[in-house]
Design a binder for this molecule. Structure first.
Ligand code: ADP
Ligand code: ADP
Length: 224
């Protein structure tokens, strides 16, 4: 579960990026975070990842109270979530297989498990035949699916996608969100930041709207 309790963030230059944000996201939810540029979306994501700390208030993610977390707990915390960025952040000198395997190699997963898990995850995102390609041989949509495979390979409880479709063609954007949707359907919590309203409208999911550091709307998914 994710819980923000009275979270405010003021940057050193005095900019108030988040103002008294209260928020709960249950395990298994799919949440879009929308809002115009400067609304505070990235700041909220940085709080979730423990890249920035709140000026006041408390953030709790996957059972970790971030303000009380000890330094040695940080690697375990980071492994409980997978992150996908707008600019993919693949390693250009490694092929697709190794970009994904790398996420496991750095955490001492046995080679035998890597050899089983990487092909499985690549086929899950529809890239089973691209394992030996280099990132620059792939389309933007395919590169983002590699990034998604890398985020998923540790089997995290939570996937955070920060404008994952920002650098890919609109036709392919739908596929990425559809994939996140399927991942959510098997139990992983998904939080996706976007400013693409058309995309959000195609999926019937919870939508949090940020404006000037406040949550101004929280539209629950429609349930039958
Ligand atoms: P969004 O992701 O919705 O575009 P941000 O969270 O990036 O919004 O920014 C919210 C506000 O905080 C903006 O006014 C932005 O200029 C400011 N801001 C973001 N990062 C910093 C920073 N490191 N230092 C100072 N101000 C920042
Ligand atoms: P390790 O270096 O961890 O022992 P392997 O011996 O399993 O890795 O694989 C060596 C290299 O062969 C990998 O880094 C990867 O580039 C490639 N490779 C291994 N398995 C596959 C696969 N199923 N599909 C594509 N490439 C693979």
């Amino acid at each position: 579960m994710i819980r923000f309790t009275n979270v405010s963030k003021t940057y050193k230059n005095g900019t108030m990026a988040l103002k008294d944000v209260n928020l709960e996201i249950q395990d298994g939810e799919f949440v879009f975070i929308v809002g115009s540029s400067g609304a505070g979306k990235s700041t909220l994501i940085k709080m979730l990842l423990h890249e920035e700390v709140p000026t006041s208030g408390e953030v709790e993610v996957n059972g970790f109270k971030l303000s009380k977390m000890r330094r040695r707990q940080i690697p375990k915390f980071r492994r409980s979530l997978g992150v996908v960025f707008q600019d993919f952040r693949l390693i250009p000198t490694m092929n697709v297989y190794d970009n994904v395997a790398f996420a496991l190699r750095v955490t001492d997963v046995p080679t035998r498990d890597i050899r089983r898990r990487v092909p499985y995850i690549l086929s899950l995102v529809g890239l089973g035949s691209k394992a030996r390609c280099m990132p620059d041989q792939l389309s933007g949509g395919e590169q983002q699916r590699v990034a998604l495979a890398r985020a998923l390979v540790n089997n995290p409880r939570l996937i955070i996608a920060d404008e994952p479709t920002g650098n890919i063609d609109p036709e392919l954007s739908y596929e990425i969100v559809d994939l996140l949707n399927e991942i959510n359907n098997v139990g992983t919590t998904v939080i996706m930041v976007t400013h693409e309203h058309d995309l959000v409208a195609q999926f019937n999911r919870r939508v949090l709207t940020l404006e000037h550091g406040h949550i101004i709307a929280d539209d629950q998914e429609w349930r039958q």
